[in-house]
Design a protein around this ligand. Structure first.
Ligand code: TXA
Ligand code: MG
Length: 332
């Protein structure tokens, strides 16, 4: 089991010696290593069982650091960053030579993000290097939103989990690519599309096609909840599965026909932000319940509801593969 605590100096010491440390952010917990040290970064891929083609996000403490690790940085990106950082956004720029190719999976671009969490910001400020950190879950599985989630999934593979409490956003960062002519979104996430478009004063294309592994968070099958999952009209799905033990993941309220203990509600008030905060936690809960099939409903497709629907879609696709168990071994 990993040691669990809030000792920032201890976390910094381990990171300086090339070890991995799980860190809290406002979105989800990350599995961090010194981004400049390929020997440390390669451990991230090993521990997560992550394919080498899936690049890592680099976390920094301040916008001023962007130009050290990437460039050119378009003025529109600087303006946006000044408004949303620290926050649940990752910026893609052309990378500088300082960033090892391993971090970006050989891509000419790098993802940079300033997480909005006091503990991790303090950690980043105390370090001499930025932190490469994917979500702290085995590749393909549900992202962790508490220190205990990390302990459950990776605790036997890392020395330390920096406990910063429950994640306040609950969905991974929105990824926006500024490396081309026009900004475009590669992953829907914790900052809504509508808000981004308001700040940028333009429509932004979404390019999250699963055929393109530019952002594997966008692979069709991802976020495996460990149970078969169907998304649609809950009463109809209950009717059409009379012989199965069902779990229900509902937006606002319980449904008749399934015992309450097997139902989870995302937000009784119908608030998409609250639903986002609860989403992975509630999905994860079905692992511990004796259910054969989880049925869920779509949220209104706007704001964070859109990002939740995206994850429901992918969780349902991955859950089509029963008994997925541990992800397949990879070279890295
Ligand atoms: O909120 C978050 O972004 C969390 C916290 C820990 O910061 N991190 C996270 O990392 O979600 P991860 O590795 O689970 O997802 C990062 C996504 C991947 O799908 C990856 O392909 C994409 O970001 N990505 C990273 N660098 C990229 C790049 N240069 N070009 C395109 N996509 C990139
Ligand atoms: Mg992830």
């Amino acid at each position: 089991m990993a040691e669990l605590g809030n000792d920032i100096d201890r976390a910094a010491g381990l990171l300086r010696s090339g070890e991995l440390v799980a860190i809290p952010t406002e979105t989800v917990y990350g599995l961090a290593a010194d981004a400049i040290d390929p020997g440390a970064v390669v451990r991230i891929f090993e521990v997560k069982n992550r394919p080498a083609f899936d690049p890592l996000i680099v976390h920094v403490a301040d916008i001023d650091e962007f130009s050290h690790y990437a460039g050119p940085i378009p003025p529109a990106a600087v303006k946006l960053a000044e408004q949303v950082c620290p926050g649940p956004v990752t910026f893609i720029f052309r990378k500088s030579r300082v960033i090892p190719d391993l971090v970006t999976s050989g891509h000419a671009t790098v993802g940079l993000r300033i997480p909005d969490h006091p503990v991790t910001l303090q950690l980043l400020k105390s370090l001499e290097f930025p932190l490469a950190a994917p979500s702290a879950n085995p590749f393909g599985f549900v992202s962790p939103t508490s220190a205990m989630d990390v302990q459950d999934q990776l605790g036997d593979r890392i020395p330390y989990i920096l406990d910063g409490g429950d994640c306040q956003v609950g969905l991974e960062s929105t990824i926006i690519d500024f490396s081309g002519h026009e900004p475009r979104i590669l992953r829907l996430g914790g900052l809504s599309l509508e808000y981004l478009e308001t700040l940028l004063q333009q429509r932004v294309a979404i390019q999250t096609s699963s055929s393109n592994p530019r952002a594997p968070g966008m692979l069709t099958s991802h976020y495996s909840p460990g149970r078969r999952l169907l998304v649609g009209d809950i009463p109809a799905l209950i009717d059409s599965h009379p012989d199965l033990e069902l779990g229900v993941l509902a937006f606002r309220h319980f449904y008749p026909g399934v015992v309450k203990q097997h139902q989870r509600i995302l937000s009784p008030a119908g608030d998409p932000q609250e639903a986002a905060r609860n989403f992975f936690r509630r999905l994860r809960a079905f692992n511990r319940l004796p259910v054969d099939l989880v049925i869920a409903e779509w949220l209104p497709d706007e704001g964070l509801g859109r990002a939740i629907n995206d994850r429901l879609r992918r969780a349902a696709a991955s859950a089509d593969m029963p008994d997925r168990g541990a992800p397949p071994a990879t070279n890295q």
